[in-house]
Design a protein around this ligand. Structure first.
Ligand code: MN3
Length: 254
């Protein structure tokens, strides 16, 4: 199965001045596209060719570096675009707000820890809000690595590779992170991600594989990443429901 570059869920100039059209064109049309193209080339005719994106990520990790790097970066960027929105920033709502208050104290404390960790990630990588067990955490990963490898569910991410901010902020990564947190972050998306959490459990790798398979097959190229996100979420939710029924657990949300 060949992977496709999902369209951005907003116009190139929609995130200005916090993230310019030039940055988005370079980042999405060149960097992300290159990961997709290289992934397709690297898996063609191999045992990876029929696998979902999540399966490829799991099976290539620490084994086939080129496959893993491009697969991980395809997943990470597809997720990252959805974490941004015009007129972003503001506050999370509902259960996610309550959980942030519980695990970090308040939104300001969350923002401070996220900014500190994102700024300190040495070299290229990603800063994430993840759900590990029943607790929210902020983690960073290097290069193409991602939370699913640790069994954590990604709620939100910020790309801290230099290509994400250098045109707009030059070497001032902390300013970019501040813009991400205050002007760009899509709390609605993060809230939706959080609503899908398991009952006291993080999403399993299998859930991710299934969700990413749906994501890759959802016609993202034609209909936009937002629709793909919905397809991802609904499939993930359905998968969780099945898992709950199998284990005899009641499907309920906190
Ligand atoms: Mn990037």
């Amino acid at each position: 199965m060949a992977f496709t570059l999902p369209k951005l869920p907003y116009d190139y100039d929609a995130l200005g001045p916090h993230m310019s059209a030039d940055t988005l064109k370079l980042h999405h049309d060149k960097h992300h596209k290159a990961y997709v193209d290289k992934l397709n080339k690297a898996i063609e005719g191999t045992r990876y060719a029929q696998l979902s994106l999540g399966e490829i990520i799991q099976k290539s990790w620490r084994k086939d570096q080129e496959v893993f790097n491009n697969a991980g970066q395809h997943w990470n960027h597809s997720f990252f675009w959805q974490c941004l929105t015009p007129d972003g920033g503001g506050q999370p709502s509902g259960d996610l707000k309550r959980q942030i208050d519980k695990d970090f104290g308040d939104l300001a404390a969350f923002q401070k820890e996220f900014a500190d960790k994102a700024a300190k990630q040495f070299g290229s990588g990603w800063a994430w809000l993840v759900l590990g067990g029943d607790k929210l955490e902020i983690v960073t990963t290097g290069n193409a690595e991602l939370p699913m490898l640790q069994g954590q569910q990604a709620i939100l991410t910020c790309d801290v590779w230099e290509h994400a901010y250098y045109l707009d902020y030059q070497n001032e990564r902390p300013k970019f992170i501040d813009s991400f947190l205050k002007k760009l972050v899509n709390w609605q998306f993060a809230t939706e991600r959080f609503e899908l959490r398991g009952e006291g459990d993080h999403l399993s790798v299998r859930d991710y594989q299934s969700a990413q398979h749906a994501f890759a097959k959802s016609g993202a190229a034609e209909s936009g990443a937002r629709k793909a996100a919905n397809a991802l979420d609904s499939d993930e939710g359905a998968e969780l429901e099945r898992a709950r029924r199998q284990t005899g657990k009641r499907a309920s949300r906190r």
